[in-house]
Design a protein around this ligand. Structure first.
Ligand code: PLP
Length: 377
C-alpha cells in the first residue's frame, strides 16, 4: 500500500510506466547516434522521427515544427531571446506579471540588452484580459508571451483571443504551455500561436527533456549553436531514449485527457466541499475552470510553510505560494499579482492532484488540513 500522498503534480510527475519501458531499448541496445548514416543508427533515427510525428499529432502541428529541447526553461528562453535578438525597429515585448521565472528572468536579460518589456496585470482570478493587451500593444511590439496555464493558481488564459490581438498588431505570439500540455486539449492552429513551450516531466515523461513548437515561417534565431540537429536550430546529440519516452507519455495522457480531467475536477470539488462543510476559513485562488487538479488555497492567519511541514509529517506532499527566509515570509509574485488579502496571503498552499492520485486522496488531504487548522486556532 502507498504510504504517502503526492499532491504536487504541478512541480513534477511520476514517469509513465509504458514510457519507461519505451525508453529502455535506446539506452541499452539501440544506443546509436541518431545522426550517423550507418545501419546501426537506423532504429534510433526512426524512433526519433516517430516520436516527433506523435508529438506533432498531439498538438495539431506539423512534425517539422517540433524541436526537442531540454525542457520548459530552455524552450521559454529560446522564445524570448531567439525572437527579441533579431534586429529590427521593434524594441518592445509584452508578457504578464504571473509568468514562470523561466520567462521573467529571460525577459530581464532582454531588458538588460536594451529592449522594453511590459508586464501586463491580471485580474484577481489570474486572467490576462484581452482588453488589457489591447491597451498596451503597439506597432513597436515584437513579441507577446502569455502562459497557457499558471503553475501556482491554475488560471487558464484566453490564448486564442490574445494571439489574435498580437497578430492584428503584427507581433508574434508565444505561450508557455508547460502546465497545460498533456492536461488540456491543445491545437496550435485553432489557438493561432506561433510558438509553444512544453516540458515532459509535467506530463509523466522524464525530466530534462521537452519540446518547442515553432510555426513554419516564424522568424527566430537558432538557440544552441553546434551541429545540424533539430533542423539546424538546436544543436546537440539527441537524447533519443528521453524523446521516445516523452512521446509515449504525451500520447497516453492525451488519449485519456477528458476522463482524467473530469476525475480531477471531482477531486477538487470533493476537497473543497469537505473544507467548506467543516467551516474552514479559506479563499480559493484562480478560477474554477482552471487547470484540472490544481487547487490554490489561502487560509486566514496561517503560514503556508507551516501547513507544508505539518502535512509532510503526515506523508502528504504539497507546495506553498510563499517562501520563508530567515526574517519573513515572502509572498510569491503570483499571489501578489492577484491581490490575495493581507490576512490570507501568507497562508497560501498549492495542492495539485494528478494521474497517480486515487480519488479518496482528496478526502485524506482535506481531513489532514482540517486537523492541522483546528490545532492551530
Ligand atoms: N514554465 C512553467 C509554467 C512551469 O511550471 C515550469 C516548471 O515548473 C517551467 C516553465 C520550467 O520547466 P522545466 O522544469 O522543464 O525547465
Amino acid at each position: 500500500m502507498k504510504k504517502y500522498i503526492y499532491a504536487d503534480h504541478a512541480a513534477t510527475t511520476k514517469l509513465d510506466s509504458e514510457a519507461f519501458e519505451a525508453m529502455k531499448p535506446y539506452l541499452l541496445d539501440e544506443y546509436g547516434n541518431a545522426s550517423q548514416p550507418y545501419s546501426f543508427s537506423r532504429i534510433a533515427k526512426k524512433a526519433l522521427k516517430q516520436a516527433r510525428d506523435a508529438i506533432a499529432e498531439c498538438i495539431g502541428a506539423h512534425p517539422q515544427e517540433i524541436y526537442f529541447t531540454s525542457g520548459g526553461t530552455e524552450s521559454d528562453n529560446w522564445a524570448i531571446k531567439g525572437d527579441m535578438s533579431i534586429y529590427d525597429h521593434k524594441r518592445v515585448m509584452i508578457t504578464s506579471q504571473i509568468e514562470h521565472h523561466a520567462i521573467l528572468n529571460a525577459c530581464a536579460t532582454v531588458e538588460r540588452l536594451g529592449y522594453s518589456v511590459i508586464y501586463l496585470p491580471v485580474d484577481n482570478t489570474g486572467i490576462v484580459h484581452p482588453t488589457t493587451l489591447l491597451q498596451y500593444i503597439s506597432n513597436q511590439t515584437k513579441l507577446v508571451s502569455i502562459m497557457f496555464a499558471n503553475n501556482e493558481i491554475g488560471s487558464v488564459q484566453p490564448i486564442q483571443q490574445l494571439a489574435a490581438i498580437a497578430h492584428e498588431n503584427e507581433a508574434l505570439f508565444h505561450t508557455d504551455a508547460v502546465q497545460a500540455v498533456g492536461h488540456i486539449s491543445i491545437d496550435v492552429n485553432e489557438l493561432g500561436v506561433d510558438m509553444l513551450s512544453a516540458s515532459a516531466h509535467k506530463f509523466n515523461g522524464p525530466k530534462g527533456i521537452g519540446f518547442f513548437y515553432i510555426r513554419k515561417g516564424t522568424n527566430i534565431q537558432p538557440y544552441v549553436d553546434g551541429g545540424s540537429q533539430e533542423f539546424g536550430m538546436r544543436a546537440g546529440t539527441e537524447n533519443v531514449a528521453a524523446i521516445v519516452a516523452m512521446a509515449t507519455a504525451l500520447k497516453n495522457n492525451v488519449d485519456h485527457i477528458q476522463e482524467e480531467s473530469k476525475r480531477l475536477r471531482k477531486m477538487e470539488t470533493h476537497l473543497l466541499n469537505i473544507l467548506t462543510n467543516a467551516n474552514v476559513d479559506f479563499i480559493r485562488n484562480g478560477c474554477e475552470d482552471g487547470l484540472p487538479g490544481n487547487i490554490s488555497l489561502s487560509f486566514k492567519n496561517i503560514e503556508g510553510e507551516m501547513l507544508l511541514h505539518r502535512l509532510d509529517l503526515m506523508g502528504i506532499f504539497i507546495s506553498t505560494g510563499s517562501a520563508c527566509d530567515s526574517v519573513k515570509t515572502q509572498i510569491s509574485h503570483v499571489i501578489k499579482a492577484i491581490n490575495v488579502v493581507e490576512n490570507y496571503n501568507k497562508g497560501t498552499i498549492r495542492i495539485s492532484f494528478g494521474k497517480d492520485n486515487l480519488d479518496h486522496d482528496a478526502e485524506i488531504v482535506a481531513n489532514a488540513l482540517i486537523s492541522i487548522l483546528s490545532e492551530s486556532n
